[in-house]
Design a protein around this ligand. Structure first.
Ligand code: GDP
Ligand code: GDP
Length: 465
């Protein structure tokens, strides 16, 4: 969330690289090393990283897109491993270059041979990597992989970094040099939040209109936060997928705990948060906790009633319950990932919420508006004194924050919480705000100084400086 809006980097990506390989060969570890981030969860359990991730890598000022598809298990009969294989094939189809990772310590597995066959048939440039060669003296372990018929294998230690420079040189040299432009700052960043099984992965799939994230009845399929870029018309969306927030504190251990931190981090990177509520179950307390994560992260929130085809609830009841319990009083939309109902409407709504969230109001316009306000109605008196807003200026975007200068900083403003959410509730001191939704006041913060991370509690602390 930056103050600069729509600057756009203009940086071209050299191309798209798909990383494929069986579970446990070290894909997540390599992704982490190449992106120098903690974006992928590394864990001993095979197949933890199942979902598709798209990440931007940079090497010597050159950037490319890395797609991580999760493990491939062609022989697997389990529906999950089948869909992983499908995803890998799809990734290979859209990649300019395939990074095929193997485990040099394990040697060539029958699965490696099968995958190699698919890759040879795809006629895509392949960089074959023999991973887990932690000691450069052991580089000869890579030789065996020549047998896969995919050129010279790169000896690598994803864990320790040995060989990564050579690998990146080779990737960059072999990319076509054109590709999708990098995500700009004008992209709408959306976090999909909700407890496990509420339908997050299904919703993402429905939004994308293709099988990009694996859906399964097993809990915990979605353990990573994944950024997926999606374009609709002129607008670019970045979906920041998140793990379900765990219900009980004592369950927050190991990977689940890490995932929850990621969920919070995702909300913090997002402009708009979709807080999912399972309409086959109605609103539960945990949904409110999730909504609070979105609020604290200063996201513009949309409550999404998922599984509307199974609904047992009335939307008006849910609306009333949410607006009573949630401070941000989010709009409530219904969707069914299964039938596709409400999906287009949700995307429209994300766009309008984002436009409000990223609104910039020129100082002159804001002050014309304040003047109108003063003329239209005298501000309410408290203890015989009136609080007047003298002038204001927008000090922050995404979310918008304004600094108002008042005649009497010592005076507590009336209906202070309403002021912060003007437009949602009667704002006694600013009666017209409610009628000017087009100005995009999603929040109104009374501040006398530079914006703090949270609003000052009262204008009494605001100064006329
Ligand atoms: P993925 O399932 O392919 O994503 O594999 P992970 O990245 O989760 O790695 C599986 C296991 O291999 C983890 O325990 C990693 O710590 C380990 N590993 C990954 N790369 C290396 C490496 O270069 N050397 C060694 N010794 N272990 C590695
Ligand atoms: P997540 O854990 O929040 O990502 O939830 P999933 O997307 O994996 O969904 C959990 C379960 O709900 C799966 O069995 C889905 O098939 C089911 N589900 C998700 N969305 C819908 C929907 O719109 N309608 C119906 N009937 N089932 C759904």
């Amino acid at each position: 969330m930056s103050e600069e809006n729509g600057a756009g980097s203009g940086d071209e990506l050299l191309g798209t690289v798909a990383i494929v390989g069986f579970p446990n060969v070290g894909k997540s570890t390599l992704v982490n090393r190449l992106t120098e981030s903690r974006a992928a969860v590394v864990h001993e359990t095979p197949g933890v990283t199942r979902d598709r991730k798209e990440l931007v890598c940079e090497w010597n000022g050159k950037r490319f897109l890395l797609i991580d598809t999760g493990g491939v298990d062609i022989a697997g009969t389990d529906p999950i491993t089948r869909s992983i294989a499908e995803q890998a094939k799809a990734a290979v189809a859209e990649a300019d270059l395939v990074l095929f990772l193997t485990d040099a310590r394990a040697g060539i597995t029958p699965g490696d041979e099968e995958l190699a066959q698919i890759l040879r048939a795809a006629h895509k440039p392949v960089v074959l990597v023999a991973n887990k060669i932690d000691d450069p003296d052991q580089d000869a372990l890579a030789f065996e992989f020549h047998r896969l018929g995919l050129g010279d294998p790169f000896p690598l230690s994803a864990a320790h970094g040995h060989g990564t420079g050579d690998l990146l040189d080779s990737i960059v040299a072999r990319l076509p040099g054109r590709g999708r432009p990098a995500v700009t700052d004008a992209a709408i960043r959306v976090a999909i939040l909700g407890r496990p099984n509420v339908g997050k992965s299904s919703l993402l799939n429905a939004l994308l209109g293709e099988e990009r994230v694996i859906v399964s009845d097993q809990p915990g399929t979605t353990r990573d936060a994944i950024d997926t870029v999606f374009r609709r018309g002129e607008r670019e969306f970045v979906f920041i997928d998140t793990a379900g927030l765990r219900r009980k504190r004592r369950q927050r251990q190991g990977i689940e705990y890490y995932s929850e931190l990621r969920a919070l981090a995702a909300a913090e990177r997002a402009d708009v948060a979709l807080v999912l509520v399972d309409s086959s179950e109605g609103v539960v307390d945990h949904d409110l906790t999730v909504a609070d994560v979105a609020r604290k992260a200063q996201c513009s929130t949309i409550a999404v009633l998922s599984k509307w085809d199974l609904s047992e609830v009335e939307i008006e009841d849910v609306r009333a319950r949410l607006s009573e319990r949630l401070r941000q009083r989010p709009p409530v939309l219904t969707v069914s990932a299964k039938t596709g109902r409400g999906i287009a409407r949700l995307l429209d709504r994300i766009e309008t919420q984002f436009d409000k969230h990223s609104a910039r109001i020129p100082t002159a316009e804001l002050n014309r508006f304040l003047a109108e306000l003063r003329e239209a109605r005298e501000s309410p008196a408290r203890n015989g004194r009136r609080l007047n807003l003298l002038y204001g200026t927008q000090v922050h975007a995404r979310p918008p924050r304004f600094r108002f200068f008042v005649n009497d900083p010592a005076q507590r403003p009336p209906a202070q919480p309403a002021l912060r959410h003007a437009g949602a509730r009667q704002a006694a001191a600013l009666p017209l705000l409610r009628q000017r939704p087009e100005l995009g006041y999603t929040r109104l913060w009374l501040l006398g100084r530079e914006p703090a991370s949270r609003p000052l509690r009262a204008a009494g602390r605001a100064r006329r400086d």
